[in-house]
Design a protein around this ligand. Structure first.
Ligand code: ACO
Length: 216
């Protein structure tokens, strides 16, 4: 993967261009990632679980970082989305390898799992989730030899289903009844990983300004 990628996002119906950088997640990003998760999803995790991801599989999680929409005194307000002066997390993907301790289906084939993905509302429908996912899938395959990747998604989550099934070509393997705390069923989805088919730069649709020489 490339170390950092700057993307100029054009939102449908808007002339404004939003610069967003996609890069590997760092320890200093975790609070911003947790904040985005709390904003966007009912499935939330302890800081210890975020740390576990980054310490165990540092290559498998990515963030989308924006420097736009800076409000005066925002940083003094202690907005926890800000991870550095002027930088805020607007999306993340938290990826991992399956480990026998935590995964019920102790399949010995090395495989990855997407714990969580979300994009802040005003940055959606610009391709960010797809980009985050493609970086993560590539990293799981390249860095950890993952042969496939799995995830769970709510049956009612049309946006995520479209992304996983139609855009990224995951397959629904089963329906897990009452998987979520509120009783909703989950689709258990999988995608086989083949490194040469996953190179993220093959899928760049929009304007991309590479900050570093691509490593792939
Ligand atoms: N309805 C239908 N299709 C949609 C929608 C929608 N609301 N949103 C995005 N899509 C489609 C896009 O059109 C695009 O399709 P294309 O490849 O055919 O052009 C594809 O999905 C990818 O779109 P992106 O712009 O990359 O997706 P986005 O950045 O908007 O993020 C996401 C999608 C992550 C699902 C976002 O809506 C979100 O954060 N939702 C709340 C959190 C969430 O549901 N996370 C997933 C939970 S499952 C898990 O974490 C394992």
């Amino acid at each position: 993967m490339q170390l950092e990628q700057q993307v100029q996002l054009e939102q449908p119906g808007q002339l404004e261009i939003m610069p967003v950088t996609i890069r590997r997640a760092r320890i200093g990003d975790l609070q911003g990632m947790q904040n985005a998760n709390l904003h966007n999803l009912p499935e939330n995790y302890t800081m210890k679980y975020y740390l576990y991801h980054l310490l165990s599989w540092p290559e498998a999680s990515f963030v989308a970082v924006s420097t736009d929409d800076m409000e005066e005194n925002d940083e003094q307000k202690g907005d926890i989305q800000y991870v550095a002066p002027g930088e805020k997390i607007v999306g993340y993907v938290l990826g991992k390898m399956a480990d026998d301790d935590t995964d019920a289906d102790a399949d010995k084939t090395p495989h990855g799992h997407i714990t969580s993905l979300s994009v802040m509302r005003s940055y959606r429908r610009t391709g960010l989730a797809e980009k985050l996912m493609r970086e993560c899938l590539y990293a799981i395959c390249e860095s950890f030899g993952g042969e496939y990747v799995s995830l769970h998604v709510r049956e009612s989550n049309r946006a995520a289903l479209h992304l996983y099934r139609d855009t990224l070509e995951f397959t629904v393997l089963s329906v897990e009844k009452g998987y979520y705390q509120d009783g909703e069923d989950a689709y258990y989805m999988r995608k086989d990983l083949k490194l040469d088919e996953l190179v993220p730069s093959k899928f760049q649709k929009g304007q991309v300004d590479d900050l570093q020489t691509p490593l792939v």
